[in-house]
Design a protein around this ligand. Structure first.
Ligand code: FES
Ligand code: FES
Length: 175
């Protein structure tokens, strides 16, 4: 195979030195090289959001990013959201509101929602631009901002309900 590149990744607060094919996606690095299987591979082409992680607090489709491009960044996966054995408020809300059925999209939904709530706090505009009530965004606003995360089980009403309940409780926890 091609020459390997030395890559240092910081994931969930831990530093890892890896030797990777330079074409390795961040998603494959996380799943296949670091054993962090919570981040899911759906389409592998930026279409489903199952692979969403947080990079410096901003949500990103890990399948679209090369691992070598993420050196020096702080990456947080679903495994890193539960701190000290305590679920993240969004994880608790997904359980309470039955925000999943098969669960395949759920880690990506939750990571995406963490980043999305931070975007609302920071005033990042969305396509519907319904920010009059920020920081309490409407369900329409949330649905639009979460449109990159597909749920084949159509658990959307419960996902939105879980996110609605969590608004305002997650400041400073985007990683
Ligand atoms: Fe990355 Fe679908 S696996 S967006
Ligand atoms: Fe099955 Fe979303 S819960 S894909």
């Amino acid at each position: 195979g091609p020459a390997k590149s030395d890559v240092r990744l910081t994931v969930n607060g831990q530093t890892h030195d890896l030797a990777l094919d330079p074409r390795t996606s961040l998603l494959d690095a996380l799943r296949d090289h670091l054993g962090l299987a919570g981040t899911k591979k759906g389409c592998d082409h930026g279409q489903c959001g199952a692979c969403t992680v947080l990079v410096n607090g901003v949500r990103l489709n890990a399948c679209l990013s090369l691992a070598v491009a993420r050196e020096g960044d702080s990456i947080v996966t679903i495994e890193g959201l539960a701190a000290d054995g305590k679920l993240h408020p969004l994880q608790e809300a997904f359980v309470k509101h039955d925000g999943f059925q098969c669960g395949y999209c759920t880690p990506g939904q939750i990571c995406s929602a963490v980043g999305m709530l931070d975007e609302i706090q920071r005033g990042v505009p969305s396509a519907v631009g319904d920010l009059a009530a920020a920081p309490q965004a409407s369900s329409v606003e949330i649905r639009e901002r979460m449109s990159g995360n597909i749920c084949r089980c159509s658990a959307y009403p419960n996902i939105v309900a879980a996110i609605m309940e969590t608004q305002g409780k997650t400041e400073g926890r985007a990683g």
